[in-house]
Each structure stands twice: as C-alpha cells, then as structure tokens.
Design a protein around this ligand. Sequence first.
Ligand code: NAP
Length: 299
Amino acid sequence: MNTRSQTRVPARIGNRVSLRVGLIGDPVAHSFSPRFQQAALDQLGIPARYELWHTPADQLLERVRSLCEEHCLGANVTIPHKEAVLPFLDKLDPLAERIGAVNTIVHRDDYLHGYNTDALGLLRALHEQGLGELLPDDSVSLEGYTAVLLGAGGAARAAAFGLASAGVEQMIIINRHLERAQLLATEVQQFSEQPVFSLSDPSFLIPHPRSIIINATSLGMHEDASPLPTELLERFDPDTFVYDMIYNPSQTRLLCQALAIGLQGANGLSMLLHQGALSFTYWTGRPAPLDVMRSALVL
Ligand code: NAP
C-alpha cells in the first residue's frame, strides 16, 4: 500500500487539525480500546479521534487503503483480520513477521508499517504483576520461569514469541489441536535456546516450580468453562501465577479455580492496556499516559 506520492499533512477542519485512528475488526462494537485510547489522545492534546471501523472480510483491502489518507495515523487490528492484513502492508516489523500477525498499523512516511504489540504487552502485564525483571532497554526478562501456554491461535503465537524473547527457562504449549501446538513450538524453538514442548492433553503436564500459566485460548470468554481441571492446578506450587488473557468476563472459570486454591492470578485487562499503550506510542511518537489509560479502563 505504497502512498509515496502523498505528503503527510494533517487535514484541517476550521482551525483544528483532525486526525483519525481506529480499530479494524469484525465485530468491534464490544471493544474497550476507544475508552482508553481516546482518553490518552485527549490527555496529550492530540486532536485525533479513535473510531470503531467495523470491517467484514470483503472490505478489508478497501479499509486498509483508507489508512493511507493524509490525516490517518493508522489502526489497531483485531479478530479476524490480524493475519489477513499482512499482504496489504508495505513494511513489517521483524517480530510481527515472526508471529505472522499484526495488531497495529502505522501510517508513517507514506508507508503502512505493521507491528505486533501483543507480545510485549503481555510481558509488561506480567511484569506489572511482579513477575520477572525490567531490563535497561525496557524489555522484560522472565529467566528462571516455566511458561505453560494454553492455546496456539493468534494471541498464543504472540505470547510464545514474547515469552521466548524474555528467556523463559522452558515453554510448554498446550492446544486442543496438537498439530498447531507442534507447529508453533517448532517455529519458536528456532529463536529460543531454551526447550519448547507441545502437548494436547493437559493431564500429561508435569508441574514445575516458578510456573506461569497463560490462557491464550478463547475458552471461558463465551462459556463458563476452563481449559484446565482444578485437580491439575492443585499440583502446582503455591507461587504459580495464572494469567488469563480474557478480560471480559473479568473473572473466568480458570481464574476463579486458581484463586480459590490460593494461586495468584490476573485477567487480560493489563495486557490490553500495555499493548494499547505501545500502539499509541507507535502512532504518535509520544510516551503513552499509562495512568490516564488505566483509569479509563478502570483496572
Ligand atoms: P484464535 O486465534 O481464534 O485462537 C483460539 C484458541 O483457543 C486456539 O488455540 C483454539 O484451539 C482455542 N480454543 C477455542 N475454543 C476452544 C475450546 N472449546 N476448547 C479448547 N481450546 C479452544 O483467538 P486469539 O486471537 O488467539 O484470541 C484468544 C483469546 O485471547 C481471546 O479470548 C482473546 O480475546 C484474547 N486476547 C486478549 C488480548 C488482551 O490484550 N488481553 C489480546 C489478544 C487476544 P484450536 O487451535 O485447537 O482450535
């Protein structure tokens, strides 16, 4: 989507510069992103609107093209288009390329750049929960932890590459369809010196000390169901942390199980916050006002 012929001058409405950024997906109406992105834009006095751009698959190309308009900063991308947008972009960040999914598009220098902020967003969310260490370059180290990753879809792919970059001691990917877990484990292993395993049946899981269990399946979002039985969770050490990427409902069955037996846990709201904050910085070049965004999300 090369738009070299255009210069990026914000459109003017009256004396006001009017910029746009938005969320591309289907559906989008349920999204929490406008709440905290608009609060951040307003806080920094950036005259931009964060909009919801409901986009069925047959309108995706047209929608992505519209991001090249001079007053458009870019977009977030959500289900089901995170993978489908890749061929429509001019440049891909290496991490997004590895993950194979883009959740942030930036219109910069007349090009559309694709990024994935889910990976680092998850690591920052885990660090905020007291896990790992923030390094001088702002990356997060999870050395010494075992990651148990539930799922092998888009969010799990971002998590797996993020966790590998954070240096987890080992990673176990568990997915209903084993072949997807195996494929992801093989791909991640190429970028990791630590072992990456795959499983389809969680009952074969051997608990390790200092484990972080991450739910990246959608199980628990639409139904009162859990990807792990309580008997299995009970085998883990009390310092095990359960992070559920689902934030709506705020307490999934998995989280309730974990908290009820004394494990620590959190829902995915903090990941949503941090991936959004990273997107904000990509669009605006400004540090995201995290506190304002957090308040808007009512963490
Ligand atoms: P996705 O690509 O559709 O992947 C869905 C995953 O869930 C797959 O691994 C799938 O397993 C598994 N799954 C679905 N139904 C299942 C069931 N009944 N039993 C067992 N496994 C099941 O979705 P996604 O984009 O990765 O999103 C996954 C979740 O993460 C969603 O709830 C999403 O809202 C959440 N998320 C949160 C954030 C955040 O910022 N907090 C960011 C991204 C995503 P199979 O491969 O076997 O089908």
